[in-house]
Design a protein around this ligand. Structure first.
Ligand SMILES: [Zn+2]
Ligand SMILES: [Zn+2]
Length: 334
């Protein structure tokens, strides 16, 4: 028997219960959870803001732990190995996307916390390909947020920019502060946009060369035509027209923050400067592995606040308050 923090219905506090995970799948591994990051998507599934939650739910999808069992057909992992599991915990491994290396675009990809038991638990299970070995140089206690938030901002950097490019990171929060660190280590000229002046100095500490208020439309307009890539990590409405205007010719606004209101885009501002608007979710197992290796090499870690997992409901309230600096990690204490 295993223990887990269960969400029984939308917006209900989580309660500790025992769960029966049943027999281990042949391709799966079982991991004893040591730490699990708390991501804004956990709140969205808790509140059913996206309308896709399934209850009872076990949330938590930034898992770091040790392999305790490997299925008969699981590859490359051994009992005792330190691994991480992120937003997805399985994919079908045979569709066009999986065979192309884009497992995170698999139509059958299994979200770790929707219809699957997540990481706010003593143990979690995942397909072996989605349990990524953690480099030894990474501190396991703070690596969790890299597995969802980290790869979500790292993947567009590696897809779209060169080290000589100018990059703007919109929002300095859980995702944004990691994006600033990655873009700075990548060699880009980095501008952070934040609505909170109290974060200006900290953003520079994370590696931003410039910081601009995301509420100051005049300051945004003065940056017209400058950025090769803007990564938006926020879930609120912004001066989208002004921000798209800051893109250089061939520049791209890339959305990774789940803003629910549509983003208005004027065709002419895209056509004349050959600009694009795009989005992406998390990343493939290889993208996650590449990100972990890059983070280890450049000593990139999220700035975290730790709670024991038994204080999970307080931790959710802290994240919802917007005061967390910048990512919360729960340490297993079953
Ligand atoms: Zn997440
Ligand atoms: Zn697939």
């Amino acid at each position: 028997m295993y223990k887990a923090w269960i969400t029984k219905a939308a917006k209900q506090p989580m309660v500790l219960e025992t769960v029966n995970l049943g027999p281990l799948g042949a391709e799966d591994v079982e991991v004893a959870v040591d730490h699990c990051g708390l991501c804004h998507s956990d709140i969205s599934i808790l509140t059913n803001d996206w309308g896709i939650s399934q209850y009872p739910a076990i949330l938590g999808h930034e898992v770091v732990g040790r392999v305790t069992a490997v299925g008969a057909n699981a590859k490359r992992l051994q009992v005792g190995q330190c691994v991480g599991v992120g937003w997805f915990s399985a994919s079908d491994m045979h569709c066009h996307q999986c065979m192309s290396g884009n497992h995170h675009l698999c139509p059958q990809a299994q979200a770790t916390i929707i219809g699957h038991r997540g990481g706010f638990a003593s143990h979690i299970r995942a397909h072996w390909a989605w349990a990524l070995p953690l480099p030894e140089k990474l501190n396991p206690a703070d690596a969790g947020p890299l597995l969802c938030g980290g790869v979500t901002v790292f993947a567009p950097l590696t897809r779209f920019v060169k080290p000589t490019d100018r990059v703007g990171i919109i929002g300095v929060g859980g995702l944004g502060h990691m994006a600033v660190k990655f873009a700075a280590a990548y060699g880009c000229d980095v501008t952070a946009f934040t609505s909170s002046e109290s974060k200006f100095e900290e953003a520079k500490g994370f590696g931003a060369n410039h910081v601009v208020s995301s509420r100051n439309s005049a300051a945004i307009r003065r940056l017209g035509g400058s950025f090769d890539l803007l990564i938006s990590t926020v879930n609120v409405k912004l001066d989208w027209d002004g921000l798209i205007g800051t893109l250089a010719p061939n520049g791209r606004l890339h959305v990774v923050g789940a803003v629910l209101e549509p983003i208005p885009v004027a065709a002419f501002s895209l056509i004349q400067q050959q600009r694009g608007v795009s989005g992406s979710p998390t990343g493939s197992p290889v993208a996650i592995e590449t990100m972990l290796d890059f983070a280890a090499r450049h000593k990139i870690a999220p700035q975290t606040e730790h709670f024991p997992m038994s204080k999970i409901n307080e931790a959710f309230a802290r994240l919802a308050s917007g005061k967390a600096r910048y990512r919360i990690v729960l340490d297993a204490d079953f």
